[in-house]
Design a protein. Structure first.
Length: 139
């Protein structure tokens, strides 16, 4: 995948990673459909979203806190979700957005049980190539 390191190495399918992957897939489904309630359900109440300026529209905050605020922003930006796929990002389930196969951004996610506790939207052209990205195996 141009712009980021793509590797064939994939973490073992341990139960925790499988659960996190399902959370990521639920996040993507809710984002694509604009389902605010489903998004809030997969986000921890105190979730924190950080983002490179390259990922943001003018006037958007580099950091957003709280499930409601993060979910509302995700619905607002849902056009990108059509190009998003679940992937290993730095060894954990995350998301890549690569329209036409060109890496635009990646979400590095952290989890608290069955919820996303935070994610960093990496879109800076200097940071993208430092990420380890791999396709998720079938579960």
């Amino acid at each position: 995948m141009p712009g980021g390191a793509c590797t064939a190495r994939q973490p073992a399918a341990d139960p925790e990673r499988v659960r996190e992957r399902r959370v990521v897939e639920a996040f993507l489904a809710a984002a694509r459909s604009g389902d605010l309630e489903a998004l809030v359900a997969v986000l921890a109440p105190d979730v924190v979203r950080t983002a490179d300026l390259a990922a943001l529209r003018p006037g958007m905050a580099a950091e957003v806190r709280g499930a409601d605020a993060v979910a509302e922003e995700t619905v607002f930006l849902r056009t990108r979700a059509g190009f998003a796929v679940a992937a290993w990002v730095d060894g954990a389930p995350g998301v890549v957005v690569a329209p036409g196969g060109r890496l635009l951004l990646a979400l590095r996610m952290t989890f608290d049980g069955d919820r996303i506790s935070g994610y960093d939207v990496v879109a800076d052209p200097a940071r993208l190539p430092t990420l380890e990205i791999a396709v998720l195996p079938e579960v």
